[in-house]
Design a protein around this ligand. Structure first.
Ligand code: NAD
Length: 290
């Protein structure tokens, strides 16, 4: 039986520390960290994510400004709002919830955000900074996954890490972070040959595929540490309702792995906690506080 990696507990501890830091920034430095959250359209999942982020801000004492634009908003209108937020000294972080409606080019939007306010870490200059080890804003989900791995394993140097998935928001930045920790990193994806065998070589296995229960128990090296990034909604016949599952067949994997993140309660809470972490860092950077 593997150890459960409690991402929720870790995220709560990180947020408690950040709340203390925010309180002292306000009191001692007259600095009030603030994030602007932009939602375009009526996608219910996006609205849920934005709501969770805004609630977490409130718990930590971080100011948040919500901008909800309707789904006919043009790219020019959104870029104009981003320009205003870039130039507002009271706003330290800008998050545009993705996906945006189809008339808007998401790359243009991401790259219009000032890199220092890009708390999602998706701006092309932050991606470049990560790839050469000059990390500025680092994407939240991989950053949170790395924190859990370091907490569990300590030094990651020399470990074989396999990241399944090569998206810009999870797989690629995860691989870059693990490489910075001197892991031997393999990025697997939909064209990888003999994926089960590739996975069996992993001391650290990160699943970011988007297919429920995709990674099988017998693909996992005994004792490996498994980070399940997947969030998939499936209908559970027994419960007669939807529930969230990861990209790993958890019940089989927990018999083999050394440690594993559950879904929910693993990586998910870390993503929001790291958004808070990036916002506080962005505010301090912009105020010239080390
Ligand atoms: P994506 O669809 O952009 O990328 C999926 C990747 O999986 C692709 O690179 C693809 O090559 C790979 N893939 C697809 N089919 C495959 C196959 N048969 N074999 C091997 N690789 C395959 O997805 P994403 O945005 O990276 O998200 C991945 C998962 O993580 C989703 O379940 C998503 O909901 C979840 N997610 C969770 C969080 C969080 O906060 N925990 C954040 C972002 C994404």
């Amino acid at each position: 039986m593997s150890k459960l990696i409690d991402g929720k507990a870790f995220a709560d501890r990180l947020c408690d520390k950040l709340a203390d830091e925010v309180a002292s920034l306000k009191q001692d430095k007259q600095l009030s960290p603030c994030i602007a959250v932009v939602l375009v359209g009526e996608d219910p999942a996006s609205a849920t994510y934005v709501g969770a982020k805004v609630r977490r801000c409130a718990q930590l004492g971080i100011d948040s400004r919500s901008h909800h634009l309707d789904d006919t908003t043009s790219e020019a209108e959104l870029l104009s709002l981003i320009d205003d937020l870039n130039n507002d000294p009271e706003v330290h972080g800008i998050l545009v919830q993705l996906p945006v409606p189809k008339q808007i080019n998401s790359d243009a939007v991401i790259n219009a955000i000032s890199p220092d306010k890009d708390v999602d870490g998706f701006h092309i200059s932050n991606v470049g900074a990560l790839s050469v080890g000059q990390n500025n804003m680092v994407p939240c989900t991989p950053l949170g996954s790395l924190m859990l791995l370091q907490d569990e394993l300590g030094d990651l140097s020399g470990k074989n890490a396999v990241v399944v998935g090569r998206s810009n928001i999870v797989g690629k930045p995860m691989a870059a972070l693990l490489l910075q920790q001197s892991c031997t990193v393999t990025i697997a994806h939909s064209r990888t040959q003999d994926l089960p065998e590739v996975c069996r070589g992993a001391d650290i296995l990160v699943a970011a595929v988007g297919i429920p229960h995709f990674i099988q128990g017998d693909w996992i090296k005994p004792g490996a540490t498994v980070i399940d990034v997947g969030i998939n909604r499936i209908y559970d016949e027994a419960l007669e309702k939807n529930r969230l599952v990861g990209d790993v067949d958890f019940d089989a994997a927990k018999e083999v792995a050394g440690a594993i993140t559950p879904v929910p309660g693993g990586v998910g809470p870390m993503t929001i906690a790291c958004l808070m972490y990036n916002t506080v860092r962005a505010a301090k950077n912009q105020a010239g506080i080390a």
